[in-house]
Ligand binder design. Structure first.
Ligand code: NAD
Length: 431
C-alpha cells in the first residue's frame, strides 16, 4: 500500500513481507488456540476475517505546493464485545496485512483485560519524520474525513500508535466534531488533557508493561528493585516503561531507537537520555555509554528485556541468544512463533503483548468512560484502577498457564479468544 507519491524510504516488497509475516503469525496463533480450545469451526472462520477493511487514498497539499497522495486504511476486526478500538500508525512500512494483524491482536487484547471493546487498527503509509507539522495536520484531517462513516464513539474509537501522538488525536477529535456540529471528545482517546484526555493515558502502556515485568519477577522469586532492564524503542511505550522502572529502583542498562542503541553496565538515567534525544534526535552518542545496535541490545545480559519498537524483533535467528530472564512485550508482535518456542524451552518468562501492553487501551477505555460522563478522574485514581486491572489480568493469564502447563502467550490467547468466541455464541449470528 505505497503512497502514490513515494516519500517513503522502504521498498514495497520488504513492506509487504513484514506485514504478511505479522498476519501469518496472528492467523497461526488463532488456529493453534482454536484447536486447543475446541473453538466452534464457524466462529474460527469468522475470526480469521476482519468485519471491515477500508482502504482510502489521502490527497494533501504539501508545504511546497505539490499534491501528494498517501494510502491509508482502517481495519475493524471483531466487534462482538463492544465498539471497535485501536491505534492509528503513521509509518513507511504500513500495509493492509500488518494493520489486519494488529486489529486482530486488539480484539484479543481487549478481551484479555476484559474491557468492552472490539479490535481495530488504522495506518497511513507515510514518513512523518520527513513531513512538517502542518502537512501532518492536513493528512490527519483528510484521513479522519475518510473514516467518518465508520468511526464514532459507539462505532470505532481510534487512539495513538507508532508516530502518532496526543496532538494527532486532537486533530482527529476536532475534524470529527466539525462534521457533527458539536464537540465529541469520546470519538478518540489519547487526547491532550486540556480537551478531555485522561490523566495517566500517555504513560499507561509503559506503566502496564512495567507492572507485568514486575509481576513476572515476583513469580520467579525476584525483587524488581535493582534488576537490570534493557528497553528497545524509546518512544511513548519504551520511554515510559524505562522511566517507571527507573523510579521503582531498576537499573536501566540499555535503550535504543530507530538510529541505534546505547549500553551502560552501571545503569543510565532515562530522564537525562530523554533530554539528550530531544536535543540530538536520538539516544545514541550519549557520554559514558557504548553505542550498540538494536540487535545487540536484544542479546544483552539483563533481567528484564522490554521490546517496545516494532514487530518481528525476536526471531528464530536470535532467540537462542536472548539472555534476559523476563521478556515483557511493549511492542505488538515483537516475537515470532518459532522464537516463542525457543524462549519457552530456555525458560524465559515471556509476558505477551496482548497482556503486557494492554495498559494503553485500558486507560483509553477509562478516558472514553470519563468523556461519556463528562468527568475527570485524578491521576491517583487512574493509576489505582490500572494497577488493579493489570495485576488481575496477569493473574488470570498466569493461572491458565499453570493449569494448561503452557506459556503465557498461549494462556492469554486462550483467555482472549475464548471470551470473544463466547460473546459471538451468546449473541448468535444475525439474521
Ligand atoms: P512511538 O512512535 O512513540 O515510538 C516508537 C519508537 O520505536 C521510537 O523510539 C522509534 O525511534 C523506535 N523505532 C522505530 N523503528 C525502530 C527500529 N527499526 N528499531 C528500533 N527502534 C525503532 O511508538 P509507541 O507508541 O511507543 O509504540 C511502540 C510499540 O508499542 C508499537 O509496537 C505499538 O504498536 C505498541 N503499542 C503502543 C501503544 C501506545 O499506547 N502508544 C499501546 C500498545 C502497544
Amino acid at each position: 500500500m505505497p503512497g502514490l507519491i513515494q516519500k517513503n524510504r522502504s521498498n514495497s516488497n520488504m513492506k509487504s513481507d513484514i506485514g504478511s509475516r505479522a498476519l501469518n503469525v496472528a492467523l497461526e496463533q488463532l488456529a493453534v488456540t482454536a484447536e486447543k480450545t475446541k473453538l466452534d469451526p464457524g466462529i474460527h472462520e469468522m475470526l480469521k476475517h476482519p468485519k471491515r477493511s477500508l482502504v482510502v487514498s489521502i490527497p494533501i497539499r504539501l508545504d511546497n505546493g505539490e499534491v501528494a497522495v498517501f494510502m491509508g486504511c482502517r481495519v475493524q476486526h471483531n466487534g462482538a464485545r463492544g465498539p471497535f478500538k485501536g491505534g492509528i500508525r503513521y509509518h513507511p512500512d504500513v500495509t493492509l496485512d500488518e494493520v489486519t494483524a494488529l486489529a486482530m491482536w486488539m480484539t484479543w487484547k481487549c478481551a484479555v483485560v476484559d474491557i468492552p471493546y472490539g479490535g481495530a487498527k488504522g495506518g497511513v503509509s507515510c514518513n512523518p519524520k520527513e513531513m512538517s507539522r502542518a502537512e501532518l495536520e492536513r493528512l490527519t484531517r483528510r484521513y479522519t474525513n475518510a473514516l467518518l462513516d465508520v468511526m464514532g464513539p459507539f462505532r470505532d474509537v481510534p487512539a495513538p500508535d507508532v508516530y502518532t501522538d496526543a496532538q494527532v488525536m486532537a486533530w482527529i477529535m476536532d475534524t470529527y466534531s466539525q462534521f457533527k456540529g458539536h464537540k465529541v471528545p469520546e470519538c478518540v482517546t489519547g487526547k491532550p488533557i486540556i480537551i478531555g484526555g485522561s490523566e495517566g493515558r500517555a504513560e499507561a502502556t509503559g506503566r502496564g508493561v512495567f507492572i507485568c515485568g514486575r509481576e513476572a519477577a515476583r513469580r520467579l522469586g525476584m525483587k524488581v528493585k535493582g534488576r537490570a532492564v534493557a528497553v528497545q524503542g524509546f518512544g511513548n511505550v519504551g520511554w515510559n516503561a524505562a522511566r517507571i522502572a527507573y523510579d521503582t529502583g531498576c537499573k536501566i542498562i540499555a535503550v535504543s531507537d530507530s538510529k541505534g542503541g546505547i549500553h551502560c553496565e552501571k545503569g543510565l538515567n532515562p530522564y537525562k537520555i530523554y533530554e539528550h534525544k530531544k536535543k540530538n534526535g536520538s539516544v545514541i552518542n550519549y557520554k559514558g555509554c557504548e553505542n550498540i545496535t538494536n540487535e545487540e541490545l536484544l542479546e544483552l545480559e539483563c533481567d528484564i528485556l522490554i521490546p517496545a519498537a516494532l514487530e518481528n524483533q525476536i526471531t528464530k535467528a536470535n532467540a537462542e541468544n536472548i539472555k534476559a530472564k523476563i521478556v515483557a512485550e511493549g511492542a505488538n508482535g515483537p516475537t515470532t512463533l518459532e522464537a516463542d518456542k525457543i524462549l519457552y524451552e530456555k525458560e524465559v518468562f515471556s509476558v505477551p503483548d496482548i497482556l503486557a501492553n494492554a495498559g494503553g487501551v485500558t486507560v483509553s477505555y477509562y478516558e472514553w468512560v470519563q468523556n461519556l460522563d463528562r468527568e475527570h478522574w485524578s491521576l491517583d485514581e487512574v493509576i489505582r484502577k490500572l494497577e488493579n486491572k493489570m495485576v488481575n489480568s496477569f493473574n488470570d493469564v498466569y493461572e491458565i498457564a499453570k493449569k494448561e502447563k503452557s506459556d503465557m502467550r498461549t494462556a492469554a490467547l486462550m483467555l482472549g479468544i475464548g471470551r470473544v468466541g463466547e460473546a459471538i455464541k451468546t449473541l448468535g449470528i444475525w439474521p
